[in-house]
Design a protein around this ligand. Structure first.
Ligand SMILES: C[S@@+](CC[C@H](N)C(=O)[O-])C[C@H]1O[C@@H](n2cnc3c(N)ncnc32)[C@H](O)[C@@H]1O
Length: 286
């Protein structure tokens, strides 16, 4: 509780968090929640279709459902030579993909040194170190050759990228022709009154979301369509992600809520109440 308070004070005095700080220091090794049995951390809101929000532990089931949704849409094939997870968190989606799909080699890209170390240890301990590796690198300047990647997945990360458009240009550059991007992405929507503006500012500052990434579904769709990729599927799944996630937030043990809330109440309140949507996109390089 005291450490949360000191984080909050530090935050208020600073100009905001960088993305790496959010994941290295603030969410740390627990992420948003840690599975009681496996101790695996979670850093996405989950896909709650047919998963009732009845207990705090359910988030881990919802995380796996999101991994399944995105990875099935990526249409992995045994001929793929190189698959990338952009903004791979603790490499939990990489483990899911490597165990459930025919993948020869998967690279995770991340800018959080803490998560990179954790993820590489986790893959090795899971017996997947020969197939999966997490490396330091940004989604907006990917350390890959042109036309070198068969499939890309990205889960709840592109809202941080500076900017989504630059990321999409990079996707176009590095994907092989006919390569697929399968993505799930949070949208912080345009605020329309002073209260919403305040909430959005708080999210931008606490979670690090660039101002250029704040817009509604229609603009999101237009940006995707202008990317030069062929959009195979685009849909809003906010009702099955952000809405149940906000319910889940209050299902957690009071001690956890208080621990985070001292921090979030000051710096992250917008994350709970700002208008959000959640997108699922599948695109192919022409
Ligand atoms: C909300 S977490 C999602 C993590 C993971 N995809 C999952 O679903 O478990 C966002 C992730 O994006 C990463 N990230 C943010 N900005 C990035 C960038 N420019 N390049 C690569 N990764 C980035 C963060 O470090 C973090 O791991």
């Amino acid at each position: 509780m005291f450490s949360s308070l000191s984080k909050a004070i530090h935050f208020l005095r600073s100009s905001g968090n960088t993305t790496a700080q959010v994941y290295d220091e603030i969410l740390g090794e627990n992420g948003l929640a840690q599975d009681k049995i496996t101790h695996i951390p979670s850093v996405n809101m989950g896909y709650w279709k047919e998963i009732p929000v009845i207990s705090a532990q359910k988030i881990h089931e919802a995380n796996r459902a999101l991994f399944r949704l995105v990875s099935e849409a990526a249409m992995f094939s045994e001929h793929d030579e190189m698959v990338v997870d952009v903004g791979c968190g603790f490499a939990t989606n990489m483990k899911y993909c490597l165990e459930n799909h025919e993948i020869t080699k998967m690279i995770g890209l991340n800018i959080s040194a803490f998560q990179i170390d954790w993820g590489n240890r986790f893959l090795k301990e899971s017996g997947l170190g020969n197939k999966g590796e997490v490396i330091m690198g940004s989604a907006t300047d990917m350390p890959f050759e042109d036309n070198s990647i068969d499939r890309m997945v990205s889960i709840e990360a592109a809202f941080h990228f500076e900017t989504r458009e630059v990321f999409l240009q990079e996707v176009r550059r590095v994907l092989k022709p006919d390569g697929i991007l399968s993505m799930a992405d949070l949208i912080i929507c345009t605020p329309h009154n002073w209260w919403q503006r305040l909430l959005v500012k708080s999210v931008m500052k606490s979670l690090y979301v660039p101002a250029q990434n704040v817009y509604d579904y229609a603009d999101y769709k237009a940006i995707m369509e202008k990317s030069g990729l062929e959009i195979l599927h685009i849909e809003s799944i906010g009702k099955l992600v952000t809405v149940p996630f906000h319910k889940w937030f209050w299902k957690r043990p009071l001690s956890q809520i208080l621990d985070y809330n001292i921090f979030w109440a000051i710096s992250g309140i917008g994350f709970m109440f700002a208008k959000m949507d959640y997108m699922r996109v599948v695109a192919r390089k022409k």
